[in-house]
Structure formats: structure tokens, C-alpha cells
Design a protein around this ligand. Sequence first.
Ligand code: FES
Length: 144
Amino acid sequence: MSDFNPKIVAFVCNWCTYAGADLTGTSRMKYSPQVSIIRFPCTGRIDFMLLLKAFASGADGIIVSGCHPNDCHYSSGNFHARRRWIVFRSLLDFLGIDVRRVRFSWVSAAEGAKWAQLVNETAEQIRLLGPFKRYHQLRGLGVE
Ligand code: FES
């Protein structure tokens, strides 16, 4: 499994984590290149069914990251996202999907190094778990 390069999809908010990821690049920090970033105005706008769609479309792992608590630019969007995450974990359990495939985090615009570390750790975790193979199950449930 050593040549397995996991596909990771990152759902991030525009104001903190996206800016933090941008800082990682402008600071020329290196990190795992297997991540595709999808930018949202706020983590509160992320429909967690999109995470299942990402898995159904071939993702091996997922990151959800936004502003730290009390730093959300829309005041409480990240708290809504955190509540959804708690419920979503139960859904993953119910579907038999290892919750370690999804990382929920906070990364600010000033934390480029933290973004790099988050991506690297996630890539390593997914490498250990191996490819996600249950996408047929999700498609069978109508998740596409
Ligand atoms: Fe970043 Fe709401 S604007 S989490």
C-alpha cells in the first residue's frame, strides 16, 4: 500500500482556513499535494451531505476546517458546523464509514503551518486506512 496516494477533499471557509492555506503557499511551506480545496463563505454553509458525495465521487479522506470558535465572520457559523459534525459522525458510524476518514479542525488565516500539518497528518492517516472502497454502497443509497 506504500504507493497509495489518497485523494483528500477539504471543505474550508473563505475567511480563515482558505486564507491560512494561502499563507502556507505564499510562505513556501511544503505539504502533501493530494488535497483539493473547496471554498465556502463559512463552514456554517457546508451541507454535510456533500461530504458523502465526495466519498461517493472517489475521495479517500475529508477535511472540514474553518475559523476558531468565536472568530467566525458570520458570528456562529462554525458552531453550527460543529453541531452538524457531531450528528454526522453518528451517520458515518451508521453507514460503517470509519470516522477517522474525516478531520474537523479550526485553522486561522495566520496558521499556515497548522494547515500544512493538518493536511500532512490527514494524508498519513488515510494512507494507513487505505483507499475508501464503499463508494458503491453510497451510490446505492442515491448519494452521487
Ligand atoms: Fe470561517 Fe464562519 S467564516 S467558519
